[in-house]
Design a protein. Structure first.
Length: 233
């Protein structure tokens, strides 16, 4: 579904990505692991079209999306949940969800219903302002908003960041139920343990390069690989 080959990206003259290659097949959960500053967020932003200074190949469902604008990429079926959620604090939960459908002429009430089914907490708080939600609820809202555009590929940037363990479990349960409904997911995480538990395959990036790929189960069992590439003991 998504194929990235020899991706390079730059912030001005500074090169953030040197050589990133990976593939995501339909129905898979793929995780990208790596330490702080390895280039995980830059990789996602390159795919979603936010990062413009880039070279290499980004193919989605067979077509080249490397030069496309972010709204065109959303329309083609890729939605991103950015790090730090970035919900609209002065809009209600339901208004935030509707903003996720700005490219559509009409927002399906059924679609909002499905999101409330996935995250009952959002339904309970649908008239509450986004800014008054807890961190975990804001993460649910950010995922819900990304789902409104009915993506075929959902990209999540560090969904566990700054959340309590119990809330993290809820978020990851929702990732698993999304996959059961057929969603393809590209997940970026610093919490390797968690990401390897829910994903099918993993890629490790280091200093802007893909250095390793394996199925998640194998990687999860291999503590030596984890200690080399992910700073785990
Ligand atoms: P983190 O988990 O800390 O977000 P990451 O793996 O997502 O790390 P990136 O944020 O993609 O890493 O950063 C990759 C490299 O690009 C780093 O060296 C970082 O310092 C650099 N970088 C990121 N954003 C910018 C920016 N706006 N301007 C200049 N350099 C940047």
């Amino acid at each position: 579904m998504l194929k990235v080959e020899h991706l390079r990206a730059f912030y001005g003259k500074a090169q953030a990505l040197e050589d990133i290659s990976f593939e995501v097949n339909q129905g898979e959960i793929i995780c990208i692991l790596g330490n702080n500053g390895a280039g995980k967020s830059t990789t996602l932003m390159s795919i979603s079209g936010v990062m413009k200074q880039k070279e290499g190949v980004i193919h989605f469902k067979g077509s080249d999306i490397g030069k496309k604008q972010p709204h065109e990429i959303v329309a083609l079926g890729i939605s991103q949940v950015p790090e730090g959620r970035r919900i609209f604090p002065t809009l209600t939960v339901e208004e935030n969800l509707k903003m996720g459908g700005f490219l559509k002429k009409r927002i399906d009430k059924e679609k909002i219903g499905e999101i409330y089914e996935l995250f009952p907490r959002l339904k309970e708080r649908k008239n509450q302002l986004g800014g008054s939600l807890s961190g975990g609820e804001q993460q649910m809202l950010a995922i819900g908003r990304a789902l409104i555009s009915e993506p075929q590929l959902l990209m999540l940037d560090e969904p566990s960041l700054g959340l309590a363990p119990q809330i993290i479990d809820m978020i990851f349960d929702s990732i698993i139920s999304l996959r059961k409904r057929g969603m393809t997911i590209l997940l970026i995480e610093q919490n390797a343990e968690l990401a390897l538990e829910v994903s099918d395959r993993a890629y490790v990036i280091e200093l802007g390069r893909t250095v390793l790929t394996a199925d998640s189960e194998t990687l999860r069992k291999d503590r030596s690989i984890q200690s080399i590439y992910m700073g785990q003991q």
